[in-house]
Write a protein that binds this ligand. Sequence first.
Ligand code: GLU
Length: 452
Amino acid sequence: MTTRSETQTTLDHLLTEIEHRNPAQPEFHQAAHEVLETLAPVVAARPEYAEPGLIERLVEPERQVMFRVPWQDDQGRVRVNRGFRVEFNSALGPYKGGLRFHPSVNLGVIKFLGFEQIFKNALTGLGIGGGKGGSDFDPHGRSDAEVMRFCQAFMTELYRHIGEHTDVPAGDIGVGGREIGYLFGQYRRITNRWEAGVLTGKGQGWGGSLIRPEATGYGNVLFAAAMLRERGEDLQGQTAVVSGSGNVAIYTIEKLTALGANAVTCSDSSGYVVDEKGIDLDLLKQIKEVERGRVDAYAERRGASARFVPGGRVWEVPADLALPSATQNELDENDAATLIRNGVKAVSEGANMPTTPEAVHLLQQAGVAFGPGKAANAGGVAVSALEMAQNHARTSWTAARVEEELADIMTSIHTTCHETAERYGTPGDYVTGANIAGFERVADAMLAQGVI
Ligand code: GLU
């Protein structure tokens, strides 16, 4: 029987090897560390997981595609971006995960997101493997016609790698309903197939699921509520700080408000807005979804209750709850210390890996309930899998049915993480619970399917 510390030493060696084999991919190293640092108890307890090559296979993508995306801007100038699709693990189902269009995208970023996605998708209990893709294309300031030409160029290569039984992309930062529409159109034109299940996040009326746009934010609020319930509290009357102003942030604010909390902030890369009366969602949606503008316009139009803080971080606003919903590493050690000083009770991640490892550690040490993204934000991909189910059956469900299924899935993810953490001697540690529970499901499927 190997001890936990012997197992940890083996995992640490593997982590060093991962760093050497994947140079200049700090986000991927961070995501691998975060998972492998919590697996020693389960690998030590269940010898089959120590089988040589199992974890080595898990950290190596099954396939990685990188390609040139040439397109013409409105002036007729040729632009060249880089496209990615990392097909990480398909033991549980077709690769599933979003596409991110953002200038910060590179292979390491897509690998971190794809790696997270394996465990997140496993936690949903549904039949989806893990993958991620995207481009360093920046949609900000681009006309609709430019975005369309870019999406068509991107799909002209991507189409040969995806399919409803192979790999099913969706949205992420910079990819919403508009982009999924252009991508789907080009896929349909090239393949001459009406293959609804090849992409999720589609529009209503042509295969999209009701509640998919809302699902990540709604799910995260349900996860936060479940963590609070564990402590004998609920959302009623709690003040919440939310970062970001995209799809995840907007529907996080919507659900918080519906459940009686007061969501007082939103942000973008220029700074944040604090609104003591609570964010007015109609105004925020108009600015972000219709005008595709910046959050300072919100403060200008909202009146006396709101102000814009240029360059600031929402974490300096005192609150009971924090829901980071923008991007990776947006909440660091200093931010965590500020939140703790201001009496935060729970932090629940709507974005992927928004909290740095040092900040997670500080929050957990201070007894703050911490919901890691791969559990807390799994509602988005879960409803994507429900969209695939509806497409397969050529039907569409009511919003009430999808919301009910989403609520059940989030409750079950919370219970799984909570119970798994208890079982492995770290009660209340949702990071360990999520990593081990996700790992067990994927590892069992990989072992059953042999060395491939
Ligand atoms: N991009 C989302 C995520 O991070 C959703 C992926 C999907 O719906 O496939 O989970």
